[in-house]
Design a protein around this ligand. Sequence first.
Ligand code: NAG
Ligand code: NAG
Ligand code: NAG
Ligand code: NAG
Ligand code: NAG
Ligand code: NAG
Length: 575
Amino acid sequence: MLLQISYWNYGDFQAFLLVIGINGQFPGPVLNVTTNWNVVVNIKNDLDEPLLLTWNGIQHRKNSWQDGVSGTNCPIPAGWNWTYQFQVKDQIGSFFYFPSLNFQRAAGGYGGITINNRDVIPLPFPVPDGDITIFISDWYTKGHKELRKDVENGIHLGVPDGILINGVGPFRFDNALVSDGIPFHTINVEPGKTYRLRVHNVGISTSLNFRIQNHNLLLVETEGSYTVQQAYENMDIHVGQSYSFLVMMDQNASSDYYIVASSRLLNSSSLAGTTGVAILHYSNSQGPASGPLPDPPNELDTFFSMNQARSIRWNVSAGAARPNPQGSFKYGEITVTDVYVILNRPSELINGKWRRTLNGLSYFTPSTPLKHAQQFSIPGVYKLDFPTRMMDRPPKLDTSLINGTFKGFMEIIFQNNDKNVQTYHLDGYAFFVVGMDFGVWTENSRGAYNKWDGVARCSTQVFPGAWTAVLVSLDNAGIWNLRSENLDSWYLGQELYVSVVNPEIDKSEIPMPDNTIYCGLLSSLQKDQSQRFKFSGAASSADSFHSIMAVLIMTLMATFIRTMYSSFHGRGEPV
Ligand SMILES: *[C@@H]1O[C@H](CO)[C@@H](O)[C@H](O)[C@H]1NC(C)=O
Ligand SMILES: *[C@@H]1O[C@H](CO)[C@@H](O)[C@H](O)[C@H]1NC(C)=O
Ligand SMILES: *[C@@H]1O[C@H](CO)[C@@H](O)[C@H](O)[C@H]1NC(C)=O
Ligand SMILES: *[C@@H]1O[C@H](CO)[C@@H](O)[C@H](O)[C@H]1NC(C)=O
Ligand SMILES: *[C@@H]1O[C@H](CO)[C@@H](O)[C@H](O)[C@H]1NC(C)=O
Ligand SMILES: *[C@@H]1O[C@H](CO)[C@@H](O)[C@H](O)[C@H]1NC(C)=O
């Protein structure tokens, strides 16, 4: 992830690394908005590669033009800027943005998105005394360019070199395992107060267990839904997932406390020391955190992890983006119109290259975004023929989309026949997670679905040798990315798109923005690209939005920044 440019010895070696910063920060700034606000973000790409930022969990109602993935947008060339404009319509909750192309998330470039309740809709808990965004991630000493080359060549990423908390870490919890002088993250708190912690796993492929010494985590929200409030000692957070916890500062501050993120469900003994540790510091603390780290669950206990996931439920009586209770959308009573059983299996060779497939298809990224091909009626860029089940045929590369039925109600079952946890994510929607279990899904599995308070969210984990079922109401016209959030799987083709067309009202989708960048078969439409931070067309003005509530206007500059890391797990040769 982090491009290492030089290193030297101080007893333990330390390294300067290049990460992708946003406005000079790593992690980037939080976009702090309220339901229905319009967001105008001018992105300047000061990297040496094309860039797209995507807004994980933002639904972009009828506006997939702003989604920032390869199927909807041309990459923003190095040295260019581009302005995204979207509304966070009918949403609340905790999300994040990140660079969607070329394995760049492994180098950073991410930041939080917080969507607050409107004043007219009370939170389903007392207003917290503070709001804190935390990113946890696995970390490799190799840069993202080297990592993606490895992945292309079928070289397994192996166990991570470390776990970061907000881009740094760990605190020196063990003198033998962690060398001196490593920057670590500290969260300052006041005794007696309650904070909302928004925790995001922005890593490459490692599931992480999050916990705080001597403190409970009261789960209150995940990816835009208020949950039944339950206290956990720790929470498994899979790649691409986001959770909000209320944490009460109810300890006597005899010391600081450890905040820990450690790997889950990785079968490896070489992980000793690769633990992320930050510090919870009370203003009246009597001294540094000490003693052993709080216990993790058994590393390989998938049953624990699945039971915990099943215990997360929707608070059907809480209002969220709208005043009526979340549960007034009775998803369990809606008739399913389309069923897809989507199979993940281990990497396979296709045309001599290592690829990942879903139902035997590995996504081929056309040079013309799907959305552009649709707009300009260019035939042959994609097909609407993604199979509803695994077919008996050899795996292949293809640009095959799900033909979603507008206003239909789709059931998707993800079946994971590989050895690692995968997280599957759908843009443009929240889906209801209605069931997960070990073994092979059958029609009979529906009997155990949660038809009442399954939580609506934008991502779900699928355990190895297990399945997860989701239901989604296809009410948002557009072309929407369905992907593995695990970067290695995604990079090798584990994605597809769901096309949802409203046949009745042609104009219901927001039109193509004036500032669209063209590429592929349409690149002749693109004007001059030479000038640094040249903009590719007039920006449509913010007042093209109907019902403006409020606007957040920000400029985000993506650059490589230098940051210092050390080898902190004692197996250390520089790469
Ligand atoms: C986010 O914005 C809300 C109101 O718009 C404000 O009350 C809150 O303090 C802000 N949060 C942060 C972390 O800046
Ligand atoms: C691009 O950035 C320049 C400043 O560097 C700014 O003047 C221009 O408005 C931006 N273009 C858009 C529309 O994002
Ligand atoms: C604070 O708590 C620790 C253990 O939880 C205990 O050992 C210590 O005596 C307590 N200190 C005070 C001042 O209450
Ligand atoms: C862990 O790996 C070892 C050897 O690599 C293997 O023998 C063992 O079965 C694995 N355990 C699990 C639970 O996967
Ligand atoms: C559900 O939300 C309501 C607010 O509408 C809140 O009072 C209640 O405590 C929540 N219930 C649970 C179990 O979290
Ligand atoms: C896609 O589905 C729509 C109905 O939602 C149907 O009218 C259309 O023919 C389908 N297209 C293809 C290529 O199957």
